[in-house]
Design a protein. Sequence first.
Length: 319
Amino acid sequence: MNRHQLGDLETRQVRRQLVARAKGVPLPSARVARAPLLMPSSLAVALLRLYDVPDPRCPRRIIRGYDRLHARRTARMCAAVALRLGHPEGRVRDYQIACLLHDLGRAGLDRELFGKIWSWARERGIPTRPREWRAVHPKTVYGKETEEFLARYRSALEADGIPLDAWATEQVEMRLGYARRLRRRVKVVKPQLHQLGVTWQPWMERVMLYYYYPERLATAPLWVKQLAEVSVACEQFEAYSNQERGRDYYVRTKERLQDAFDYLERLRNEGILSAVVVQAVQALAAAGTFDQILAEARGKVLSSAERRYLRSLRVEEAR
């Protein structure tokens, strides 16, 4: 960048600051923490390609990973929170790989069909996650939530024009049978991970499963449990701001930052998240660390009101 370009950039930055102040929009600190990518961009791109799979109905067709951009944004947020909480950078680098691949069990997601099935379920108050399913149907054999869903609702879904063939069954498994689906996919991609120089460790998969299967981390080391919480908090924060996801399968017409933090608070009350993790996310959001990521998830810049809301989130973090 030459001197004239630098001057133009500084002028634009100053102009934006003056406009923001005129509108009463608080500005983030000049020392905003980064939401970093702790690996070469080429490695991140190669890892995200693991979400792409052949369509079993037409093997020459590749289904591009629906969750790739969401995963990249989430991974950057996770690294920022984990570093703020004091985890060593080497560990966070490995952790970020797990965060990039946290939705790998949904490789092959059919956006339209997946959306139809789970919108149908949500509209009827039917549990859509394994831990929620087991709370409502405690007699379901552990790990057989997919089969129980199909047994209970196949007829009703088909009557509403959603035939539950083998392909649709996979879309159900992507939620209610996520653990076994993730395990299968990790087994398939391990040779590619090895070629990329990635050493896959058991704790990484446990972190990826925490949202759906928190009981599996009951005896995990505290640092693994905390990283799992960070993953859930950041993934849900991004998802609540993700316009594409909201439209496709959350039955949502508008994204509100307040809704995201309300949900994080609900997870804290349920014991899924700790106060220290929620407050770390809030502190970084208040500092402006996530502004650009949230704008990318929205597909548009944050409004003045939204930036004011984020700047107001300053909290005294728990220790």
